[in-house]
Design a binder for this molecule. Structure first.
Ligand SMILES: [Zn+2]
Length: 459
């Protein structure tokens, strides 16, 4: 009897370990759970900038959709700087009156400038100011990098402008078509020394032309955006395994507020939602716990993931998988944590003709995996791209649900579910990189200097 029971137990563990790719793909494509969840979030809550009622509402919709499917989730609160966008206006007054299409960069502070003189300071490097009196002026900055110069982050250009005595900085967006491209003025969440805005390529270049032709340009700037410390939250759904070790599957749920954050990162949020549902509905029994986390505040400085790592860094996190704008997933990037490659190859060799065989190992930063990586926790991202139509409205008005492709979401969900289930049963031992190994990884993947520029190099 005992033998029979053991045999039955072994068969059932093996069955759940080998998640059936046919059942998985069938269930995913027949239901497109993530797509329909995202439609509700985008249409009923809209863009989800941390600190806004839309962000709160979006989380409630997501939480309810999980519970409607029998999955009980919970919030983890954290305290961080929160940037509140005000009713900001950049008004051209000379040579003619027009409110420009401009968006304040996050951490821009209140300002009231009347009839401010505008000057063009090329790409905003310190040498670009030679012969220009920027004192008390509004500076217009091109974001085209002259050949041979090191990258200049917007935060660095703002600091230089302030040092030169400027009272506001206006960046010309590189993409055409009336796009303003939201972004942060720094990664620290501290108030910017002067207000900073992103302008459209078209209006920015008109200002540049006027100024290069010697015409006078004057502006009024009225801004009441501000930064304040406050409480926000991540949403967690824990799929309990039998081991203490866990796999974190993360996606940022917050977004910029001009559009609906459908692609960045409603897409990733929907992918992990669908993966969580698929694993449950197909009766998977993970060995390692799989924790699904919808992070907040990624766009304004990775606050949710940073705070999660601070709280959980002593947990046995086997791997972290970050889904930020996943495309049509065809494999995985192990981001320099190469010890996972054999395990991933073994798992994906069982995905039949559903091709997940692409493997790369190129580390990158500035998304939610970054603080996990600094702690030596193995991080992964999916490979496989999106179409131009999906990505070209990134951080802008056009990031709306009509760009979302339901098949891409289900593709991603299958890839996530298959890998998470496989890794939860993998024989590859838990391993965390030492500080020396992380330092080497950041150096080997050319990440060190950029992290230092953005003042986030951790060592
Ligand atoms: Zn994103």
């Amino acid at each position: 009897m005992k033998k029979l029971f053991t045999l039955f137990f072994l068969i059932s563990v093996t069955l759940s370990a080998q998640l059936n790719i046919e059942n998985l793909t069938g269930k995913a494509f027949a239901n497109n759970y993530g797509y329909y969840m995202l439609e509700k979030v985008c249409d009923l809550a809209g863009g989800r900038l941390m600190g806004t009622p839309q962000n709160e509402l979006g989380f409630e919709i997501l939480k309810k959709q999980l519970s409607d499917n029998g999955l009980s989730s919970y919030y983890e609160e954290f305290t961080s700087p929160i940037w509140y966008r005000g009713d900001d206006k950049v008004l051209l007054t000379v040579p003619y009156k027009k409110e420009l299409r401009a968006t304040a960069l996050a951490y821009s502070s209140p300002a009231k400038i009347e009839q401010g003189k505008v000057v063009y300071v090329f790409s905003g490097y310190e040498v670009d100011y030679s012969g220009i009196d920027a004192k008390g002026k509004i500076v217009v900055i091109s974001q085209t990098r002259p050949k041979g110069r090191e990258e200049l982050l917007r935060g660095e250009a703002i600091k230089i402008a302030h040092k030169m005595g400027a009272v506001a900085a206006l960046f010309i967006n590189e993409a055409k078509g009336g796009k303003v491209l939201c972004g942060v003025g720094n990664f620290k969440g501290t108030p910017l020394p002067i207000p900073a805005f992103s302008l459209t390529n078209e209006e920015g270049n008109k200002l540049k032309r006027l100024l290069e032709n010697g015409d006078q340009v004057l502006m009024d700037i009225n801004s009441n955006s501000y930064v304040k410390t406050g409480v926000s939250k991540n949403l967690v759904y824990k799929f309990e395994g039998i081991k203490k070790e866990k796999i974190v599957i993360g996606a940022h749920f917050d977004s910029w507020d001009l559009g609906d954050g459908a692609i960045d990162n409603g897409h990733g949020s929907a992918v992990i939602f669908e993966a969580a549902l698929l694993l449950n509905k197909l009766g998977c029994k993970p060995e390692r716990t799989i924790e699904f986390v919808w992070f907040n505040g990624e766009e304004t400085g990775l606050w949710g993931s940073k705070k999660y790592v601070e709280k959980h860094k002593n947990d046995s996190i086997y791997a972290m998988f970050n889904l930020d704008m996943p495309g049509k997933v065809n494999g995985y990037n192990v981001m320099g944590f190469d010890h996972l490659i054999p395990a991933i190859k073994e798992i994906t060799s069982k995905s039949g003709s559903y091709d997940l065989s692409s493997i790369m190992s190129t580390a990158w930063t500035n998304s939610d995996h970054m603080f996990f990586m600094f702690e030596g926790i193995p991080v992964l991202t999916p490979t496989g791209g999106m179409t131009k139509e999906m990505t070209e409205h990134y951080h802008d008005f056009g990031d709306t649900f009509d760009k979302v492709d339901k098949d891409y979401i289900s593709h991603g969900a299958i890839a996530v579910a298959f890998l998470a289930n496989g890794l939860s049963h993998s024989d590859t031992a838990y391993k965390r990189a030492s500080q020396a190994e992380v330092i080497k990884l950041l150096k080997d993947h050319n990440l060190e200097s950029r992290l230092k520029k953005q003042e986030e190099y951790p060592f």
